[in-house]
Design a binder for this molecule. Structure first.
Ligand code: NAI
Length: 341
């Protein structure tokens, strides 16, 4: 739908309004040569409206960025692509970045939980965020690397240590959970996935993912359907990990979700109002329970997070899910904070 929205903006003379605007934002993708990084960069470079708000795509990885940048630069849009390889090149990759997207790190293999990735990805996210703190401290930071429930607190603590943390500028990307939930619920309810919106709250792993199936507009589900769908949404990533059979986790659907979030954020930074997305951000809602980060719908604005939405009404089953989610989130968040300290 984010894609169609851009296409729909057609001026009276038939030209598209975005064609006459010139983008000035720089987006750095850290982990750009990876399974997510490459298709995510492709979607950003090739999106029909992107050049109205994006001027520069900076591709950073520890390997293979020259090939990715050369390939993307042959796509005829005005978004400039540059490549930067290895930690010495990180400052140049980040210089002047308005938005930094982080899909760097290792993905899951069959049988692994997202938390099993902690040891490797925690240090990668810490190192990259330290680079952001010193080179582009005002940038919006979008963390995709798992376990998001812990990597976001790691990024926050690293930015805090450097004295540049601003809660409006740090996001854990949970968009894929909503994208998946739309698909699965639409399939069960016989609807078009494009027309189904499901609120998904909480965090981004297993029981911390809380789909709110009691209030999907126009959809009534049986108790059995709700239980099955809840489990499928919570563990949807496992279906992909299993099907890829050792060759990684969700990359294409994640790239779609990451591009949707990034493009919506860019539109908000440019001044478009009323843009909402869900994301795992610092939130006051459950601070009293020791949970400092939580995903609800947020409104995006020129500074990043403009306002954090409420949890809204939950039925009894969802209240039980929320209790479980908070228990796990507390542990995952603490692991991130302790690591960064
Ligand atoms: P991948 O292994 O295909 O790509 C990761 C890339 O990161 C590689 O190109 C690698 O060279 C690079 N990299 C490693 N260390 C780096 C460093 N220090 N600096 C810069 N780049 C570095 O993995 P994939 O499939 O792209 O997944 C990336 C991450 O995204 C994983 O942690 C995965 O679990 C996570 N993920 C998150 C989702 C979400 O919904 N938030 C969904 C799916 C995956």
């Amino acid at each position: 739908m984010w894609f169609c929205r851009a296409l729909r903006r057609v001026a009276p003379n038939g030209s598209r309004t975005y064609a006459t605007q010139i983008g000035d934002k720089k987006v750095a993708v850290l982990g750009a040569a990876g399974g997510i990084g490459q298709p995510l960069s492709l979607l950003l470079k090739s999106h029909p409206g992107a050049s109205s708000f994006l001027s520069h795509l900076s591709l950073y990885d520890v390997v293979n960025t020259p090939g990715v940048a050369a390939d993307l630069s042959h796509i005829n849009t005005s978004v400039k692509c540059t490549h930067h390889t290895g930690s010495d090149a990180l400052p140049a990759a980040l210089d002047g970045a308005d938005v930094v997207v982080i899909p760097a790190g290792v993905p899951r293999k069959p049988g692994m939980s997202r938390q099993d990735l902690f040891n490797t990805n925690a240090s990668i996210v810490q190192q990259l965020t330290a680079g952001i703190a010193s080179t582009c401290p005002q940038a919006q930071v979008l963390v995709i690397s798992n376990p998001v429930n812990s990597t976001v607190p790691i990024a926050a603590e690293t930015l805090k240590k450097a004295g540049v943390y601003d809660r409006r500028r740090l996001f854990g990307v949970t968009t894929l959970d909503l994208v998946r939930a739309s698909c699965f619920v639409a399939e069960a309810a016989g609807k078009r996935p494009e027309n189904v919106h499901v609120d998904v709250l909480g965090g981004h792993s297993g029981k911390t993912i809380l789909p709110v199936l009691s209030r999907v507009p126009g959809v009534q589900l049986t108790k059995e359907q709700v239980e099955k769908l809840t489990n499928r949404i919570q563990f949807g990533g496992d279906e992909v990990v299993k099907a890829k059979d050792g060759l990684g986790s969700a990359t294409l659907s994640m790239a779609y979700a990451g591009a949707r979030f990034t493009l919506n954020l860019l539109r908000a930074l440019k001044g478009e109002s009323g843009i909402t997305e869900a994301a795992f951000v610092e939130s006051d809602i459950f601070k009293k329970d020791g949970v400092d980060y939580f995903s609800t719908q947020i409104t995006l604005g020129r500074q990043g997070v403009e306002s954090v939405g409420e949890v809204g009404p939950l039925d009894e089953y969802e209240q039980g899910l929320l209790k479980d989610a908070l228990e796990d989130l507390k542990i995952n968040i603490k692991a991130g904070v302790d690591f960064a300290k």
